[in-house]
Design a protein around this ligand. Structure first.
Ligand code: ZN
Length: 93
C-alpha cells in the first residue's frame, strides 16, 4: 500500500495574469488599428517646420497630442483635434 501523495492539482497560482496581459495587448492593437481613420478626420496642430519637412519627405509628423499623422494639404476641411487644441491653448498661456 503506497499512499500516493496528492501532488499536482495545484489550484490557485495560475491566475489569469497572462490572459489579462493578452487582452490588454489586444486592446492596444485594436486602438492602433482604429487610429488611422481617426486622425484623418481631424486636423492636428503640428509645428510648421515639421509640416514642411513632412511635405518633402512624406513621413508622418508628431502632432501636439502625440499622434503620428501625415498632414493634409487642406486642413480647413477638418475640425481641429480637441486634444491638440487643448494642448495648444495651454502652451499659449
Ligand atoms: Zn491632435
Amino acid at each position: 500500500m503506497s499512499s500516493t501523495e496528492s501532488t499536482g492539482g495545484g489550484q490557485g497560482g495560475s491566475g489569469g495574469g497572462l490572459d489579462v496581459m493578452d487582452r490588454e495587448l489586444e486592446k492596444l492593437l485594436e486602438d492602433e488599428l482604429n487610429e488611422p481613420g481617426d486622425h484623418e478626420r481631424f486636423s492636428h496642430y503640428v509645428p510648421k517646420d515639421k509640416i514642411i519637412e513632412s511635405a518633402v519627405t512624406g513621413k508622418p509628423v508628431r502632432a501636439l497630442c502625440g499622434k503620428k499623422w501625415v498632414p493634409t494639404r487642406d486642413p480647413e476641411k477638418f475640425p481641429i483635434c480637441p486634444d491638440c487644441k487643448r494642448i495648444y491653448e495651454q502652451l499659449k498661456n
